[in-house]
Design a protein around this ligand. Sequence first.
Ligand code: ADP
Length: 460
Amino acid sequence: MHKKLEQQLRTLFGSLDAIPPACLPMVDIVSKTYQDVDDDRVLLERSLEIMSRDIVEKYQDLQAEIILIRKRTKELEDTKSAMLNVLEDEQQAKQRLKNSELRFRTLFESSQDAIMTLEPPTWAFTSGNPAALKMFLAKDQSDFVSAEPWKLSPERQPDGTSSADKAKQMIESALHDGSKYFEWTHRRLNGEDFVVTVLLTRVDLGGEIFLQATVRDITESKKVNERVKELDTLRAKFISIVSHQLRTPLNVIRWNLEELLSLQLGTLAVAQREFLRITYDANLEVINRIHDLLTAMDIEEGRMTLTREETSLESLWNSVMADWKRACDVKELACAYRSPKTPLPGMSVDADKIRLVFTKLMENAVSYTPNKGKVKAEMTQVDGRIRFEISDTGIGIPKVEQGRIFTQFYRASNASTMKPDASGLGLSIAKFFVELHDGKIGFTSVEGKGSTFWFELPIS
Ligand code: ADP
């Protein structure tokens, strides 16, 4: 009997034996029904359990699928945005290309220089910018490119070579070296010749080779250059004539003053002698200036050559020392010369020029040193060279100006108070002369403290 029913019957009847016999078939049926219900419930529970397990599995599968789908969606979104980026980059690149094309086209169109292309096999002009059309007086592009190349240049160039041959040479050279720059005489379509500079450049456009010519009309600048050259020659001639013509009378004055000062023409009062001495010094200064000016012009025009003779540098310096001592006395400068420890070998130099170098360095040391300062000179032999140096306790040269001190006419900003009317030519001449002897010249200087100027000449 079903347990639950049994319990209920016990509760109801006190014991199972108390169940009326008439009810027993009923009890059997109910017990069976109970049993059936139980069986059904177990079955139901089992199938429910199976179903829920199934659902859980399905749910988990679904979850996994959702995760996968999310992952794929993310991947697709990334791919999409990457593709969009690529597209955007491509668009930007296209825009940039368009802009740069536009820029180059504008450059080409608006360039003041004529720009043309020349293409094989004939190397005739195949295009030209507006400046090229204007330069050659062509009506339009087709008028320009249809003109036979020989029509755009005279038959011969100014050096006599045929334009056709020379053009071939220039083209070959540009193709070989990548570019070629040269002067050329062109001819406009109305037959007028004009001078230009041409820069031929080889262009390789993905294996397709052509030439680009940048042509600049230099007719005007050539005229200006020629005029400048003419004026330069005229200026040089003028300076040279004036200087030469001044030199003779100035030397006459000098000789006469020397004669008077030597007292051979009679005695002079002290004041008279002093005046004559001042006049003599001033006259000498002018003669030296003119000499410097003529020397600078000779250097500029390449007229300077060396006349070497066997001599010793010490003897040349000795011939300057008397003037040095005198100049030092006037300014009460302590001057000292230290001669070399061992005798120096003789040298083959242009004596006048090297003496002038000594003079210039000595005069500067004295001029740019305030009264009562010190100037000392020294000559030594170092590794196959003879070195002369002269040091002073003078005004020195400002650091920022030191790089320009050997430039013609350059004077440092602190120099004019010490020597108001100097020319700034001496050091440039000295440098030229030293270098003409394969020597070197230089200096060290500290503003307000002093300078040391030196030069070295090779012994052999
Ligand atoms: P300048 O006739 O003016 O002396 P230089 O060519 O001999 O011409 O010298 C150029 C300049 O170099 C001078 O004007 C001066 O500024 C500077 N200079 C040359 N020597 C000295 C020196 N010993 N001390 C200071 N400055 C010097």
